[in-house]
Design a protein around this ligand. Structure first.
Ligand SMILES: *Cc1c(COP(=O)(O)O)cnc(C)c1O
Length: 638
């Protein structure tokens, strides 16, 4: 408590610093104890629980960190928000059609997630989108044949088509979206042979280009969808087979995370032109499927920037409905059922990656001697003079000089002209100079351009118990940024600036880009570690795309997963826990047989006994260690 008197920092200041109110979408916040909380909508207002409480609950149950925490309520809440936002736009604008969402399985294929979407989405008849045979199998086994849409995208062979057609007999509504002209003859032949009339969709390539990280291939050169020539050929083929009544859906997908509402409007407008002409050509139609693209505001900045978006969910829905109405009304065409395939926005919020910090490296000088010993090399004396001569007016000059001397001293060391201790002394002088320059520069109104990188150069490295490649692949692959912050200690000022390194031994295994109100920042404010106390970091909004894109770099495997449901009384249930991969698991993924590895090691140890290097009892111990490691977690264990 004394601490708080001495330290006037408040959780509100932390909330501002980390922008949690902006990106948290009402789900995440800080409590008076300085802990991150998660809030789930309940019948009588929000129910709020501290993440630290959940972490200690899952740890008591024996689940280690790192872990992915899934909050089922947030997935439900996003399905509600999406459907209610469309329903309210439809009602207020007087739209005559309906909205049907489908969840694209590829965005998070984990069984628990898809099952939750299916179960909770029933009230809105939320369906699924399948982009492959495996995903169709997930869709058919997760949904009951209750008339919800199953949109089948992706390349479809005879097996895929047969399964979808036969499922229709059970009452499923599989829509076969024609992506390439070669699919159509197979679909026609199979449906005639089986005597089942298919629901057909066509995917078009729009010429509307959109901005954003994920959308480099939008526009005419988009790799998916039919060109207008191909579309006309598809129409003619359907017509000549008397199947225009089967053509019911128009589909396009501009790309994921579209930050600009204008791009979304332009896409809908262009798609409506196709829709109008397909109706005029005699196709039955009835569904307009706008694909995904609804963005998540990872930075919370609400701007047209790749990690953000310049529109609210309400505007997104209202704009779409309004554009469809105004385009079709001119032609007196009935309003279609609007379908969207929002994946990212549906699942991003519900997963949080949690990991503990193992260690820190500081770039601070050790204590410097008052005076340098006489025999110290001149260049080191020079460096000390630079350090002592730093004033607000010569920062740039001192910075350049310090770097010059440091490099020269490095050369001397290489040539054997100074020893290790002198080199270390010079590194300390150099770091001290950089710290002083940085501290001075920060007081200036405008940081000199050359000094801008100094903060990063001096930033701490916090080593986290996680793998970027396994758990946050988009950080590595496409420079995605996610909100990252400690989940506790927000009653104290975070006085360190740091980057986060993972435990792979890869120089790309780090997080060094963080959200900021407008731009991306290169360091993250963190608290100094405390002896014998965990420091736990959360990476938020990671429910979309991260889990299955991850790979086994350094054989760090899947993390543990805990699925939690928050109850109306503020308690929570761990609905499901999945152990992370064991070392035996990851070794078997790369074609080792854990059993034969153990046998080989046992026999090596046996030979050591025979050779008299170890006793039989020592053999038992080393084999036990081997066995324990084989069945242990791939991450750092306490
Ligand atoms: C990936 C994908 C989606 C999901 O897009 P989000 O931006 O995550 O909503 C939807 N439809 C298709 C065809 C996709 O390939």
């Amino acid at each position: 408590m004394n601490n708080q008197l001495l330290d006037p920092w408040s959780p509100e200041q932390s909330a501002d610093l980390y922008g949690i109110k902006e990106w948290g979408a009402g789900y995440f916040s800080l409590n008076a104890d300085g802990e991150v909380t998660v809030s789930a909508p309940g019948a009588e207002g929000d129910i709020t629980v501290s993440l630290m409480e959940i972490v200690s609950g899952i740890r008591q149950r024996g689940l280690p960190l790192p872990a992915i925490l899934r909050i089922e309520n947030l997935l439900d809440a996003q399905i509600v928000r999406l459907n209610e936002a469309f329903n309210s736009a439809i009602e207020s604008l007087g739209y005559q059609g309906e909205y049907r969402g489908v969840f694209p399985i590829k965005v998070n294929q984990q069984a628990q997630v898809v099952e939750e979407v299916a179960q909770f989405g029933a009230r809105y008849r939320h369906g699924l989108e399948a982009g492959s045979k495996a995903e169709l199998i997930i869709a058919l086994s997760t949904l009951k044949p209750d008339g919800r849409l199953i949109i089948c995208n992706g390349y479809k062979d005879e097996e895929f088509i047969d399964l979808g057609l036969r499922a229709q007999r059970l009452g499923y509504r599989c829509v076969f979206v024609i992506e390439t002209p070669t699919e159509l003859p197979i679909l026609i032949e199979r449906s005639q042979t089986l005597g089942i009339r298919p629901m057909i969709g066509v995917r078009v390539k729009l010429s509307s280009k959109v901005s954003g990280l994920w959308n480099k291939t939008s526009g005419d050169r988009s790799i998916f969808g039919l060109t207008t020539n191909q579309l006309v050929a598809v129409l003619d083929t359907l017509k000549s087979n008397d199947m225009l009544d089967c053509l019911q859906l128009l589909h396009y997908h501009l790309g994921s995370q579209i930050p600009n509402i204008r791009d979304i409007r332009n896409g809908v407008m262009e798609a409506c032109r196709y829709y109008v002409d397909l109706v005029k050509e005699g196709a039955a139609m009835g569904y307009l499927d706008l694909g995904g693209g609804l963005a998540v505001d990872y930075t919370g900045a609400s701007i047209n920037q790749e990690h953000s978006k310049n529109y609210s969910l309400g505007e997104y829905c209202a704009d779409i409905i309004e554009v469809v109405m105004s385009t079709l009304d001119v032609h007196e065409i009935p309003h279609p059922t609007v379908v969207t395939e929002s994946g990212r926005a549906t699942v991003a919020y519900s997963s949080i990656l949690l990991f503990n910090i193992l260690d820190v490296t500081h770039f601070e000088p050790a204590e410097l001697p008052e005076a340098l010993p006489d025999q110290t090399h001149d260049l080191i004396h020079n460096l000390k003079e630079v350090l002592e001569g730093i004033t607000p007016n010569n920062l740039q000059e001192c910075y350049n000089d310090a770097i010059y001397y440091r490099d020269e001293i490095g050369e001397l060391f290489k040539r054997g002209q100074i020893n290790l201790r002198d080199r270390s002394l010079s590194e300390n002088l150099f770091l001290e100079a950089m710290q002083r320059i940085a501290a001075q520069a920060e007081q200036e109104e405008r940081m000199p351009v050359e000094l801008e990188g100094l903060r990063e150069y001096l930033a701490d490295i916090y080593y986290g118990n996680f793998s970027v490649f396994q758990s946050l692949p988009d950080i590595w692959a496409i420079d995605q940024v996610f909100p990252v912050m400690p989940i506790h200690r927000h009653g104290e000022e975070p006085t360190r600036e740091a980057i986060l390194a993972d435990i792979t031994c890869d120089c790309d295994g780090k997080i060094d880009r963080f959200i900021d109100t407008h731009e991306v920042r290169n360091t993250l404010p963190l608290h100094p570690l405390r002896e014998n106390e965990d420091y736990i970091i959360g990476v938020f909004l990671v429910g979309a795309y991260q889990e299955t894109l991850g790979d086994l770099h350094n054989l760090l495997g899947d993390t543990a997963v805990a699925s939690v449901r928050i109850n109306p009384d503020g308690s929570f249930d761990v609905m499901k826990e999945l152990d992370g991969d064991s070392i035996a698991d990851v070794l078997s993924y790369v074609e080792y047989s854990p059993q034969s590895l153990l046998e080989k090691f046992r026999s090596t140890a046996e030979q050591a006994v025979r050779a008299g290097k170890i006793s039989a009892a020592e053999r038992r111990e080393v084999v036990q260690s081997f066995y324990a490691s084989l069945h242990g977690y791939t991450y750092y264990e306490h």
